[in-house]
Design a protein around this ligand. Structure first.
Ligand code: SAM
Ligand code: CA
Length: 238
């Protein structure tokens, strides 16, 4: 197939028309502005067999913008892995900002932690090694947490996104933002089911259901953005 006319790569991070176009965005606007510690965390993650799980740098750049726009100070992250999105959040919030970062497996976090420490932002992070749902429920038991978070990033355990959303609608302040990652599931949401690779089917189904539920949820203003693997931004409006 001729250069520039390939169909979108099903398993690459970008959903743009061509790999070349995606690389153009990365090389022109993302990598030159990427803070050095984030580049380092990409480097230390590259050797990991699941490096693909890291947040796409273009989506990360957009999230950093959102964090600044809402002046986020208190945030939650579900799904840390080696810490790309966690570090970009820590770099975007003020010195006295706080992130509750939840991941059921600490191993990958320990790979990124030296970079986070060198960046001087570890003090902003409260890492909790746990399934996310019980942590959110525990936060909700303390009424001081109601409506107290400015921002949440959800990037783990797709089948529970709606359960996370229900809890985040209480934890976020009105005007606060929840960002859900991978909401186009490598483009599979628009594939006929019988043509969907087996490995994508469960995630595709969960994503289709979530997208429908979010679109009908009038507690939030919504924007479904085709960056990275698709991110959905929900701003709590009441
Ligand atoms: N945001 C990360 C980044 O930028 O590198 C990537 C997160 S990765 C896609 C998903 C992470 O979620 C994995 O590290 C996995 O251990 C964690 N995870 C999966 N299921 C979980 C659950 N039920 N509760 C908490 N963490 C979970
Ligand atoms: Ca993701």
């Amino acid at each position: 197939m001729e250069k520039g006319t390939k169909p979108p790569a099903r398993f690459s991070k970008g959903l743009l028309q061509t790999e070349e176009l995606y690389n153009y965005v990365l090389e022109t606007s993302v990598y030159p502005r990427e803070p050095e510690p984030l580049r380092e965390i990409r480097d230390v993650t590259a050797a990991h067999p699941r490096a693909m799980m890291s947040t796409a740098p273009d989506a990360g750049q957009f999230m950093a913008m959102l964090l600044k726009l809402v002046d986020a100070k208190k945030t939650i992250e579900i799904g840390v892995f080696t810490g790309y999105s966690l570090l970009l959040t820590a770099l975007a919030i003020p010195q006295d900002g706080k992130i509750i970062a939840i991941d059921m497996n600490r191993e990958a976090y320990d790979i990124g932690l030296p970079v986070i420490k060198r960046a001087g932002v570890e003090h902003k992070i409260d890492f909790i090694e746990s399934e996310a749902l019980p942590v959110l429920d525990q936060l909700l038991q303390d009424s001081r947490n109601d409506g107290s978070f400015d921002f949440a990033f959800v990037d783990a355990d797709k089948v529970n996104y709606w359960n996370y959303h229900e809890r985040l609608m209480k934890l976020l302040k009105v005007g606060g933002i929840a960002v859900y990652d991978n909401t186009l599931w490598i483009g599979s949401v628009a594939m006929p089911e019988d043509e969907t690779p087996e490995i994508l089917k469960a995630g595709r189904q969960a994503t289709l259901e979530l997208n429908k539920l979010l679109a009908g949820d009038h507690r939030v203003q919504l924007s479904h953005v085709p960056l990275g693997d698709g991110i959905t931004i929900c701003r709590r409006v009441y």
